[in-house]
Design a protein around this ligand. Structure first.
Ligand code: HEM
Length: 206
């Protein structure tokens, strides 16, 4: 959830792996389900999560370790249809002049993300529609305008290339598959007994 990462940005936990808050709390939003307390949530779930510098094989194996197929990994990454990322997470990508980035896009992003400093400056993960949930994220990736290296890398591998292209063309199939993968994620590692709390407001970490 975006709000979890936003919380993270402004807290003492603004570490490199803060993004883990984002996806682990999204998958934890079934009504009435038990959840971790605030900081417990971070410390107990951050291990083994993908990192923004991971290569494709590492991403695939991280998701496989949680029981997800390659297709499910690609569709879940579509959560980057909204929200923002901090400069330090995409700086290397926009300054290294790699061939897998659109030159105009890199230049635009450099305007608000200096090569040094400004680590927390933000850019939308979805260039086109950063506040709505749709398949534009995949269209961006196809055009080499994925913000994170881990977004763009999905277009590099044979196994993920076709899936990205399919979702870029078919928003209905994307939304259907995304919902199914989110439901599956929601059922991972449920807390029972005295562990965790049931939140009245899903988005509140306290
Ligand atoms: C493929 C592995 C993934 C990697 C490497 C990754 C990495 C990142 C990074 C680096 C950010 C920016 C965080 C920041 O700068 O504060 C981010 C944001 C976000 N991620 Fe992921 N992510 C992954 C998968 C997922 C999944 C599976 C979901 C949800 C199902 C997700 C949902 C989000 C959301 C909603 C944001 C925006 C947060 C905000 O605006 O505060 N991510 N992710």
């Amino acid at each position: 959830m975006p709000w979890s990462c936003i919380l993270c940005r402004h807290s003492i936990y603004s570490c490199l792996r803060c993004y883990c808050f984002g996806w682990w709390s999204i998958m934890d939003c079934k009504a009435g389900k038990k959840r971790f307390y605030n900081y417990q949530y971070f410390t107990q779930t951050s291990n083994g999560l993908p990192f923004f510098r991971d290569n494709l094989q590492k991403l695939i194996s991280d998701f496989a370790n949680k029981g997800f197929t390659i297709s499910e990994m690609v569709v879940l990454s579509g959560a980057h249809s909204f929200g923002q990322a901090q400069c330090f997470t995409f700086r290397d990508r926009i300054y290294n002049n790699a061939s897998d980035i659109d030159a105009g896009f890199a230049s635009t992003r450099r305007r608000n993300c200096p090569s040094r400093g400004g680590d927390t400056k933000l850019a939308p993960l979805d260039l086109v529609t950063s506040t709505s949930f749709d398949n534009n994220y995949y269209k961006n990736v196809v055009q080499k305008k994925g913000l994170l290296e881990t977004n763009q890398i999905l277009l590099s591998g044979g196994s993920t290339y076709d899936i990205v292209r399919d979702y870029s063309k078919n928003p209905t199939i994307f939304k259907r598959d995304f919902a199914a993968a989110m439901a599956k994620m929601s059922d991972l590692s449920p807390l029972t007994g005295q562990s965790g709390v049931i939140r009245r407001i899903c988005s509140s970490l306290t």
